[in-house]
Every structure is written in structure tokens, then in C-alpha cells.
Design a protein around this ligand. Structure first.
Ligand SMILES: NC(=[NH2+])NCCC[C@H](N)C(=O)O
Ligand SMILES: [Mn+2]
Ligand SMILES: [Mn+2]
Length: 329
């Protein structure tokens, strides 16, 4: 009886594409490759389109990216699993590019965070570099191959895509396809609490906007979002890339992840960040990375999958108060 009328209320919702990237060779552990399937089996598609969420949402499931490792003309020793990493992100970049070209918000489910080297590259290419990056993470993920202590690609994706750092990758093979055109000033971090010394140096030198947990405590999320968006999208005309590492959340609420760091943002703050970006109308790409269904007890995994689902829901316009509720001013 209410179906039609209620559906028409939700017509403005953007088209969405969901892409899974079962890749975990960018970090030191296995398990993150299972996250796309685990999140889908937890009921993602249903919770995006059911009645209280958004019954009219146009969601296309693009399945999982197929990838294989690159044949290298010379070996790379300072980056772990380089051939696998490059083989994967080249494909990810192409898929993300074409989903965004279709006019869809591209939601990419990792995999570890190294896959964002591909998602950002594809997004940047689709928008001629006019994107703003909001990076929610305990870590800065901006090591260059030479500054990294671990050699893990998931600590390096931002250096791969940032214009000012492109020469740090020039000696590495099989990356001619890359488009490192996003300037560092278009990036803002929220939630940092485990930043390597050289990463701090890079952030300071390039003048990247970075809100650590200390600033989250001092300012609160609404003020941080206001400041971050003002810097990275001053004319309010950029396509926003929201890259969400689940370890940005406190491990109490998202324990099933490979490199947890205590003292993080709450799920409520995480959802608030995503809702705030959604409300700009310019969310172009959303990554959800580093869920590891192999870490911890069953209850930990379930909790983490639900947190991931809640964040993805917010990225498609779901409002906790009920989507069409009007807020009195
Ligand atoms: N996406 C992540 N969880 N990254 C963790 C990176 C940790 C450390 N900074 C490294 O370079 O290896
Ligand atoms: Mn992290
Ligand atoms: Mn990360």
C-alpha cells in the first residue's frame, strides 16, 4: 500500500557499483582475501536495498576482480610480493575507472589496503585528477618503497598515487599504466595513531592535512570534517574518494583486522564521517579495506563484518534516523 509513494521518495539515490578485491599479498598475513565474500554473505546487498535502507537503490554487483601476478623483467626485492601487487592493482584501477565512468559510486571491498593504489588511480583518471582523498586509518600508508620498514605494499598505496612522490616509484617495473596526478594537498587523514617517522616527514614536507586521534579528541568529528573538506575540496567541485581502513576504528568495535591499534574512532564516529561525505553529494568512490575474517573469535569476526556493513550502508545514503526524516532546524 505504501510501496510506490515511499519508493519515489528515494529516487535521488545515486547508482552504486560493488567490486570485491580478494587480495591480501599486500600485508604480512592471510585472511583479508576472504573479506569480500564474508561481507556479502553477512548480508550486504540485502541490507543496502531493504525497505528501511533504500528500496530503490540501483546497486550492481560487479563481482570480484580477477588478477594474476606480473611477469617481471627484473626482480624487485624491497617490496614484498611486488609482482602480485602490481598485477592486482592494475586490474583494480581499470575496473574502478569503468564503474565510475558509468556514473556509479564505486564501492570497493578489499582485501588489504594496498588495493587503494588501484582504486585511487582509477578514480583519479576518470576525473582528470580532480579528486579529494579522505583516508580513515590508524596508519598513514604513505611509505615509499625506500622508507618502509616492512616492505608491505599496504603501507605504501598513497605514495604510489601522489603526484609529488611519483619519482620514488620510477625505478620499478610494469607501472607505465599508472596516473599519479593527485596533489598531496588534496589528501586528508582522520584517525592516525601509528605513523612511521619517515611518513611523518613526508606528511609535514608535503603539507598534508592530518587529524590524529589527539585532534579527534580535541575537536570532534563534525569540526574535523568541516576543516578537512574545506582544505581538500575548497570549491566543492571534486569527486571525493573515501578510503576506509577498518583499523581506523577502535579494535573494540572492529577487532578482526591484521594490524589493530588501540585507541581508535568509534563506529558511530566512523558512520558520521561517511554520512557527512555522502551528504556533500560528491562521494565518488568508497574503499572498505583490511577486514580479516581469520582474526579472532567468531564473535569478533561477526562484529567486524557488521561494522563494515554499517559503514557501506552509510556510503549509499542510509540514515540512522530513517532515510527520509527531516531534521528540524
Ligand atoms: N593498511 C595498513 N593497515 N597499513 C599498515 C602499515 C604499517 C606500517 N606503517 C608499514 O608500513 O608497514
Ligand atoms: Mn591501517
Ligand atoms: Mn590502511
Amino acid at each position: 500500500m505504501f510501496g510506490r509513494e515511499f519508493n519515489s521518495l528515494n529516487k535521488e539515490g545515486k547508482k552504486v557499483g560493488i567490486l570485491g578485491v580478494p587480495f591480501s599479498k599486500g600485508n604480512g598475513k592471510t585472511g583479508a582475501e576472504q573479506a569480500p565474500t564474508a561481507i556479502l554473505e553477512h548480508g550486504l546487498l540485502k541490507s543496502l536495498t531493504n525497505f528501511d535502507a533504500n528500496p530503490n537503490l540501483d546497486v550492481e554487483d560487479f563481482g570480484e576482480v580477477k588478477f594474476s601476478s606480473k611477469k617481471l623483467k627484473r626482480p624487485v626485492s624491497d617490496i614484498k610480493n611486488y609482482a602480485e601487487f602490481i598485477g592486482c592493482i592494475e586490474r583494480v584501477s581499470k575496473r574502478v575507472h569503468s564503474i565510475i565512468e558509468e556514473g556509479r559510486l564505486c564501492i570497493t571491498i578489499g582485501g588489504d589496503h594496498s588495493i587503494a593504489a588501484g582504486t585511487v588511480d582509477g578514480h583519479a583518471r576518470a576525473k582528470d585528477g580532480n579528486i579529494a582523498i579522505l583516508w580513515i586509518d590508524a596508519h598513514a600508508d604513505i611509505n615509499t618503497p625506500k622508507t618502509s620498514h616492512t616492505g608491505h605494499p599496504h603501507g605504501m598505496p598513497l605514495s604510489f598515487v601522489v603526484k609529488e612522490l611519483r619519482d620514488h616509484w620510477s625505478e620499478y617495473p610494469e607501472i607505465e599504466w599508472r596516473t599519479p596526478i593527485v596533489p598531496a594537498r588534496n589528501i586528508a587523514y582522520i584517525g592516525l595513531r601509528s605513523v612511521d617517522d619517515y611518513e611523518r616527514l613526508i606528511i609535514d614536507r608535503l603539507g598534508i592535512t592530518a587529524f590524529g586521534m589527539d585532534e579527534v579528541d580535541d575537536l570532534g568529528i563534525p569540526e574535523i570534517m568541516r576543516r578537512a573538506l574545506k582544505v581538500i575540496d575548497p570549491e566543492q567541485n571534486r569527486s571525493i574518494h573515501l578510503s576506509f581502513d577498518i583499523d581506523g576504528l577502535d579494535p573494540l568495535e572492529a577487532p578482526a583486522t591484521g594490524t589493530p591499534v588501540r585507541g581508535g574512532i568509534t563506529l558511530r564516529e566512523g558512520i558520521q564521517i561517511v554520512e557527512t561525505v555522502y551528504k556533500t553529494g560528491r562521494l565518488g568512490a568508497f574503499d572498505l579495506c583490511e577486514v580479516n575474517p581469520q582474526m579472532g573469535r567468531e564473535e569478533d569476526v561477526r562484529k567486524t563484518l557488521q561494522a563494515a556493513t554499517d559503514l557501506i550502508k552509510a556510503a549509499t545514503g542510509h540514515r540512522r534516523s530513517g532515510r527520509t526524516a527531516k531534521i528540524p532546524t
